[in-house]
Design a protein around this ligand. Structure first.
Ligand SMILES: *Cc1c(COP(=O)(O)O)cnc(C)c1O
Length: 456
């Protein structure tokens, strides 16, 4: 059973039994809005993890964001480390992004015909990325992955896909599949409504398990179209892989005529402008992007060599389309955001800031012998209640730590710190988080950890 996905999407956000640390912030207005939302949407939300099922209390309804801060319906102010789940690398309401969007919007919002803005964003991306030659814009990360999979199948004329337990690739049917028991398994669907026959085309193995991959390619010789991986798995904790393992995937694909897909919907433009491919110096065959690329608007993208991309319609026989693909407003937001990212020293400053922040937290926890570890890369961090030095596989995550996370989350909200509402989610630092904000956040995190570990 894919525990983390299950936990992320089910369970119950329970009521407080006792007041620990600070008194709980008021959630009256959020609770009212949530009650109403439940009459419209399943679980009261339009994406499951927002429902606060794995943490305490009602989901907060956000009414405003500016810089690294957000404000909820009850006027509580938070330093935000969720960043809309990754896209907001410049923080909320960035002037350049906002102004560009307002400028574009004055000329209409969608034409269903090409615009110069698509060229402009494409040029920013392709000119600064040595791993892709041609691209296609879509409207979400899920759509990018779905299209990349179809492209890999169309290009190789093979059907099977190999994926890893602990990587999330959006809600595409053939990837809502989890490992069964055994070294190599045909996936079992991790969602109702996914036909078993789809899952049968997906092979699921553990991360960091070369033997299973070799066996899979022996067993399904000439049937595997692609390996898909989050090169920096960041949707189920932060399961950092060794470069050597990613290199092994590259070689295995090349040797077997399969394509290597890097799903960089989170890591793209986050770890550096060229994402994980650039960080590890490994060239995948297809890359998917999303999140940051749209500056907070719905954009996804997939890209590859010109040869591989020539298989996409109308040039080739792999069909893929979208009414709002390359939407001008979304392109505008992406152009403004990526332009900022290309400034000298942007990533160096952001990553240094993150390193200082996470190191200080780790030092604090280590000095007190707390069973707590901060995993981090670039401007991504993950708080894990563990004493393991490395965690590379999903099944190595100590699920019992999630109870502690739940307490931490509540203590942090009470101290004005907003983290994604699940212990399996990573946090993000943006360029809008100043040293002062991070100092404040650190102090709140220290106090909260003390409460969690000492039951203060
Ligand atoms: C967020 C994410 C997706 C899905 O993107 P959506 O825009 O939510 O559809 C796919 N893959 C990875 C690695 C992601 O982080």
């Amino acid at each position: 059973m894919f525990e983390s996905i299950k936990k992320k999407f089910s369970g119950e956000g329970d009521e407080p039994t006792s007041s620990t640390g600070k008194p709980d912030i008021s959630r009256e207005k959020s609770a009212e809005l949530y009650a109403k939302a439940k009459t419209f949407f399943p679980g009261g939300v339009n994406s499951p993890v927002r429902a606060f099922k794995s943490v305490y209390g009602t989901p907060l309804f956000i009414k405003k964001g500016d810089g690294c801060h957000i404000w909820d319906a009850d006027d509580n102010q938070f330093i935000d480390f969720c960043g809309s789940w990754g896209p907001l690398i410049l923080g909320h309401n960035h002037a350049k992004v906002r102004e560009k969007v307002i400028d574009v919007i004055q000329h209409g919002m969608s034409f269903g015909a090409p615009t110069a803005l698509e060229n402009e964003l494409a040029e920013l991306i392709v000119k600064n990325n040595k791993f892709i030659e041609k691209i296609r814009f879509v409207s979400s990360g899920t759509e990018a992955v779905m299209s990349a999979i179809r492209l890999a199948r169309g290009f190789t004329k093979r059907d099977k896909i190999l994926k890893f337990e602990g990587c999330y690739h959006g809600h595409t049917d053939s990837l809502l599949v989890k490992a069964g028991s055994g070294l190599i398994t045909f996936g079992e669907t991790s969602s109702a409504g996914v036909p078993k026959s789809f899952a049968d085309e997906t092979i699921v193995v553990a991360l960091n398990d070369k033997e299973a991959i070799t066996k899979a390619f022996e067993e399904f010789k000439d049937q595997i179209a692609a390996i898909i991986i989050e090169p920096i798995p960041a949707n189920n904790g932060l399961l950092l892989q060794e470069k050597e393992f990613l290199q092994f995937l590259r070689e295995t694909c090349t040797k077997n005529g399969a394509l290597l897909i890097f799903d960089e919907v989170i890591s793209g433009f986050r770890i550096g402008f060229e994402g994980a491919a650039g960080y590890y110096h490994i060239k995948p065959d297809i890359i998917t992007y999303g999140k940051i690329i749209g500056g907070g608007m719905p954009v996804g993208m997939y890209g590859a060599s010109a040869i591989i991309m020539s298989n996409i319609s109308p040039d080739g026989s792999v069909y893929q389309a979208g009414t709002l693909s390359g939407n001008p407003v979304a392109m505008g937001a992406g152009i403004a955001q990526l332009t900022e990212l290309l400034r000298m020293g942007f990533y160096r400053d952001l990553n240094n800031k993150t390193e200082e922040f996470t190191e200080a937290i780790q030092r604090f926890a280590t000095a007190r012998n707390y069973k707590f570890k901060v995993f981090t890369i670039g401007s991504i961090f993950w708080f894990a209640f563990t004493d393991q030095e490395v965690i590379r596989r999903a099944d190595e995550i100590d699920a019992s730590g999630m109870e502690k996370f739940k307490k931490l989350h509540r203590e942090l909200l009470n101290r004005g710190i907003y983290l994604g509402p699940s212990g399996y989610e990573v946090g993000f630092i943006s360029s809008a988080h100043t040293k002062i904000d991070l100092e404040k956040a650190k102090r709140a995190i220290f106090d909260s950890l003390e409460v969690v570990f000492k039951g203060k």
